[in-house]
Design a protein around this ligand. Structure first.
Ligand code: ADP
Ligand code: MG
Length: 357
């Protein structure tokens, strides 16, 4: 297993990149700690696969270096990087049995045959394929084949890192949950450095110790699920994570007050934003309706979503979402909204500011 360091890494698919916009991956410095489980989260097209393929060696970055521990592997082919990678769609040998597919990476490395038998059995149990080990892969469905790909990715214990690129896309929801749990168990047992790419926040937040959020070719935040929830460093993290995401409201800031469309809102600290775009962000969870206090609000509709009610409302025309508990009574006199100051973040040109007491 290895620590992976990205040093001034950037990538453009254009041979002569002229501007920032030509880069699928903008300049990046980051260390993936040895033995940690990371999720790489972001919308489609933000550069996740590009980054993963650079780590695995399928792609040579146009700028910067990549190190495994202290060794520069930037130009080393995939085969010599000692990593396992699982892709979105199955890569299996159709003419081989499930057993031989799973054993392949071990045989390739000339592992001991008794060990191969034992290891294949263990992995087969993890992916729930013990009963069909002797079937040929050819006759299996896409989800079964993808489970084989996952199994093949997990079969070696001696890899530097395990990379997964949206591996559960073709798997049905129930099995998804089960496989994710298995991957987590595998991580707890062997402590591999794991990078798991997904565009699904639930997957990212349940799988990883740390989530790396990407947006338009940039890493905008690396944090625990709680940090991403409470202190989104960038407005994108605020609205991409959460359901519904964070409310982001244009504001004027004077000391410890924000003024949103004429309404005054108390902030946890004082701020002096120097930016053309100033906003405050607050999650729907930290807003509550009131009949007596807070900022006047107009309720448009109430949606029941299981354990919560989402209240779609507006502050003189500016849309805002409020989350209340499932049993909460929402009376017709509830026409104000209270902001919990502790959970208000202030953003200047999309980046979070630290305030002063
Ligand atoms: P993600 O995995 O997050 O969906 P990708 O890394 O696949 O994103 O793509 C990032 C950007 O690079 C996208 O704009 C995509 O169109 C572009 N891109 C990806 N692969 C290639 C390629 N082989 N040639 C040119 N452009 C590419
Ligand atoms: Mg991708």
């Amino acid at each position: 297993m290895a620590k992976i360091t990205l040093e001034n890494l950037a990538h453009s698919y254009h041979s002569k990149a002229k501007s920032e916009d030509d880069f699928a991956l903008k300049r990046l410095n980051h260390v993936w700690n040895d033995g940690e489980a990371y999720a790489l989260l972001g919308a489609s097209g933000c550069g996740k696969s590009t980054l993963l393929n650079i780590i695995s060696g399928l792609l040579i970055p146009s700028e910067g270096r990549i190190l495994f521990d202290d060794k520069d592997v930037t130009h080393l082919p995939t085969a010599n990087r000692n990593i396992a990678q699982v892709f979105q769609f199955p890569v299996v040998y159709d003419t081989m049995s499930v057993r031989d597919n799973l054993a392949f990476p071990l045989k390739n490395r000339k592992a001991d045959s008794a060990y191969i038998v034992e290891r294949v059995q263990k992995i087969a149990a993890m992916i729930d394929m013990e009963n069909i080990l002797d079937k040929k892969a050819r006759g299996l469905g896409a989800d079964e084949k993808q489970k084989i790909s996952l199994g093949r990715g997990m079969v070696r214990e001696d890899v530097n890192a395990l990379l997964f690129d949206e591996p559960l896309t073709v798997i049905d929801p129930q099995m998804k949950w089960q496989l994710r749990t298995q991957l987590k168990a595998l991580h707890n047992e062997f402590g591999h450095t794991m990078i798991y790419v997904t565009h699904d926040q639930t997957e990212a937040l349940t799988f990883a110790d740390k989530v790396v959020v990407m947006h338009e070719g940039c890493v905008v935040q690396i944090g625990t699920p709680q940090e991403l929830f409470e202190k989104p460093e960038h407005t994108f993290v605020g609205y991409f994570i959460g359901s519904p995401g964070m409310n982001i409201l244009k504001a004027d800031i004077i000391g410890n007050r924000a003024i949103v469309n004429g309404a005054k809102i108390l902030l946890p600290q004082s701020y002096e934003p120097k930016a053309s775009k100033v906003e405050i962000g607050i999650r729907p969870e930290f807003l509550s309706l009131s009949s007596t206090n807070g900022v006047p609000v107009q309720i448009e509709r109430v949606e029941d979503v299981g354990r919560h009610k989402i209240i779609r409302a507006n502050i003189s025309g500016i849309p805002i979402n409020i989350l209340e508990k499932e049993g909460a009574e929402i009376g017709s006199d509830m026409n104000r909204v209270i902001f919990n100051p502790e959970y208000i973040n202030v953003y200047a040109d999309d980046w979070r500011l630290e305030g002063r007491i």
